[in-house]
Design a protein around this ligand. Sequence first.
Ligand code: AR6
Length: 173
Amino acid sequence: MNINVKYGDITKISTDVIVNAANTSLLGGSGVDGAIHRIGGKQILEECQRIRNSQGKCKVGDAVITTAGNLPAKYVIHTVGPVWNGGNNNEEKLLYNSYKNSLLLAEKNKIETITFPNISTGIYRFPKEKAAKISINAISLFLRDSTYVKKVILVCFDNENYNICEALLSEFE
Ligand code: AR6
């Protein structure tokens, strides 16, 4: 299958696109968002500001694309995952939408490889096992019919996410 799991820092990955776990403001934050803006430089923030000026805030589950500035990737897709609030607030569907809409945007831009972090599993507190299942479902379904997107990498920054994703993917194969 064309989904790989890696352990590491997404700002060091040189696939065509890396995905940012952003917030609705698109103007940066902490976690992976902070790292991407800090290392990617002001070009990313400037493009995010232009997007905000033209379309307003980014809704939860939606995605937008910018340059990757000084990062080794070519583009950054910024998506906003849901905050986990107990599970009865459409969180699972919204997380699925974050993956799907990021992949659709990559496809629209004729992108071949895309790297995701474990969206919403940090500051937004989404349970890791549930989040990993949703990510792998969304990605595998998408790869069945995609024309341009051929390879997806899940980059995990902590052991727990890495072990969960590895185990789920080996069941899948
Ligand atoms: N590379 C890869 N993964 C990372 C990195 C990194 N450099 N840094 C953290 N992670 P989080 P969220 C992992 O909190 O939960 C921000 O302030 C981390 O271990 O970055 O979606 C935004 O502005 C975790 O597994 O994002 C929002 O306000 C995963 O990335 C809010 O946090 C997501 O953790 C979004 O919260």
